[in-house]
Design a binder for this molecule. Structure first.
Ligand code: NAD
Length: 302
């Protein structure tokens, strides 16, 4: 058996704890805002179909709203919902002055064009930050709603005083919602930012070699336990975005959750690492609340 040098200073980034801290801060802000005579921030979520993971995510988002004193609306539609029906819902939410922001949970059923729906969302209410207008503003460093998962990751780095300026950052995965935006954010002239970023994807040769050079490794692939200890530099910061369901007959619900990182063998080499579950996931929900608060207070658009 190969023994990995145990890094005595390894710190677990507890996403749940940090998410709760930020939620408490939001709750205090909301209480003061409401005491001034304003209505509370209001987030709406649209769920189409019966994807079990999506159901969990959306319900978590709505529950979190209650926790911080937001109003929330959950619109659940069956898998037979048509594209034009969904466009109508989006249009109504765009026009509803009582709603500050809303999300349409992805993935959508195959007969609905996700891009068309994303483009139909009014950028002022696009608290997921997926609309090209908000994505473009992000890329240029203008005020915007940052996509929730990358925003949550930035919070984790910032609040743990992890300085990434001048560091080698490797991002695995180039999705529009995680890999690509986080690679842009880490390389921006900002704090956190100023990193030297390499973006790896399915066509990258020698992914492991890139990983071994990383001071900060962000993994968003959707491949359970892909990153092994031999791919990680001693003292690296590892952020595991992956959430994978693995069949496990010994569990009551029949599955367990695994990240994209083989946590047990990688963690001892790291200076910081996020667990799955309880890492990036809770931060994503919190980032969505932060964006909704910004929308309500008109901090991004007038
Ligand atoms: P995705 O599933 O859309 O795309 C996967 C990416 O991985 C692609 O860009 C592809 O090029 C790359 N890839 C695939 N195989 C590869 C390989 N062998 N080597 C290198 N790159 C490869 O990505 P996503 O939507 O960002 O999701 C990734 C994971 O993160 C999933 O497990 C998802 O459930 C999870 N996720 C978690 C959160 C959260 O809140 N924690 C949010 C979003 C996504």
């Amino acid at each position: 058996m190969r023994l990995h040098h145990q890094n005595q200073n390894m710190q677990l980034i507890d996403g749940r704890e940090l998410a709760n801290t930020i939620k408490e801060e939001i709750a205090v802000t909301v209480a003061a805002y409401v005491a001034e005579g304003n209505r509370p921030p209001h987030l709406a979520a649209v769920l189409v179909g019966a994807d079990p993971a999506s159901q969990v995510y959306v319900r978590n988002k709505v529950k979190s709203c209650e926790k911080v004193g937001f109003n929330s609306t959950l619109i659940e539609k069956g898998p037979e919902t048509t594209e034009s029906e969904l466009l109508e819902i989006v249009d109504k939410l765009n026009k509803d002055p009582e709603i500050d922001g809303f999300i349409v949970q992805l993935p959508l059923p195959k007969h609905i064009n996700e891009q068309k729906i994303t483009l139909a969302i009014e950028p002022k209410k696009d608290v997921d930050g997926f609309h090209p207008t908000n994505f473009g503003r992000m890329a240029q460093g203008l005020p915007t709603y940052l996509p929730a998962t990358p925003f949550g990751i930035l919070q984790m780095l910032d609040r743990n005083n992890i300085d990434i300026s001048g560091k080698e950052c490797v991002v695995l995965g180039r999705s529009n919602i995680v890999g690509t935006p986080i690679s842009i954010l880490l390389s921006r002239k900002a704090s956190p930012g100023n990193a030297t970023v390499v973006l790896c994807h399915s066509r990258t040769k020698n992914v492991a070699e890139h990983c071994r050079r990383a001071d900060v490794l962000i993994v968003a692939l959707g491949i359970p336990e892909y990153v092994t200890a031999d791919m990680v530099k001693e003292g690296a910061v590892v952020i595991d975005v992956g959430i994978n369901r693995i069949d496990d007959a010994s569990r009551k619900r029949g599955y367990r959750l695994a990240g994209d990182v083989k946590f047990d063998e990688v963690a001892p080499k790291c200076s910081f690492i996020t667990p799955v579950p309880g890492g990036v996931g809770p931060m994503t929900v919190t980032a969505l609340l932060m964006n909704t608060l910004k929308s309500c207070r008109k901090e991004v658009y007038d």
